[in-house]
Design a protein around this ligand. Structure first.
Ligand code: ELE
Length: 216
């Protein structure tokens, strides 16, 4: 785990916070704090709460206020206003599944570190032109998986990735072994049935297994 404060995190730092960034879909904001505590206790401090549910922004606010060891970010940032609202809610980083110049400008304007999503060499080159070297690779498995990322490493050695989408406990270590992968993202840490049941022990154990993956 990197010892950083909210103000000094860079985009590149986001790839080094933990081997896995849990991608969380929350239906109930009351689950946010115990869920975040379980993930942090398991060893995964960086948490991406996706803006797919009405509970997401209040959940981000509560985690930011009540779980000081968590580094909570917003995922599924797809519109400029998503970036602004996430920052206002207390998000400490932003993640988008894809990127456009307009969305990129909105994320930059928040002052928060962010991981813009890419799935092709051209998209990665466009970000590199703007000095952005840390990216989400999405949807990782469907877009070509480990072989695709390995191939990008030849011509684009400066680009580093957080593959997300189809990453599992079975393939995470293979991704993490690549030199251009800093961490992976995935939803497997917080299964819907465990969240609904408040089974924080199970989530803590899943997080601990993921944290033990280390960086390849
Ligand atoms: O919501 C977003 O911003 C996304 O980009 C999608 C998520 O990263 C994936 O849905 C996680 O993928 P799984 O681990 O396969 O469930």
């Amino acid at each position: 785990m990197t010892d950083t404060t909210p103000t000094d995190l860079t985009n590149a730092d986001l790839l080094g916070l933990a081997p896995v960034i849990p991608v969380v879909v929350l239906e109930d904001e009351d689950a946010a704090v115990p869920l975040a505590r379980a993930l942090v206790e398991g060893g995964l401090p960086a948490i991406e709460v996706t803006l797919r549910t009405p509970a997401a922004l209040p959940a981000i606010t509560r985690i930011a206020a009540e779980v000081p060891d968590a580094i909570v970010g917003a995922g599924t940032v797809v519109r400029p206003e998503d970036a602004e609202r996430s920052a206002a809610a207390g998000a400490r980083f932003l993640v988008s599944p894809g990127c456009t110049p307009r969305l990129q400008a909105a994320m930059v304007a928040t002052g928060l570190p962010f991981l813009p999503g890419v799935a092709t060499a051209s998209e990665a080159v466009a970000l590199l032109e703007g000095g952005i070297t840390a990216m989400k690779f999405f949807p990782a498995e469907a877009a070509g998986g480990r072989a695709y990322l390995k191939a990008l490493g030849g011509p684009l050695p400066d680009a580093r990735f957080c593959p997300t989408g189809g990453v599992t406990p079975g393939n995470a270590a293979d991704y993490l072994a690549l030199p251009n992968v800093g961490c992976v993202g995935g939803s497997w840490l917080t299964p819907g049935d465990a969240v609904r049941a408040g089974d924080w022990d199970r989530i803590r154990a899943l997080a601990a297994d993921a944290a033990a993956l280390g960086k390849g």
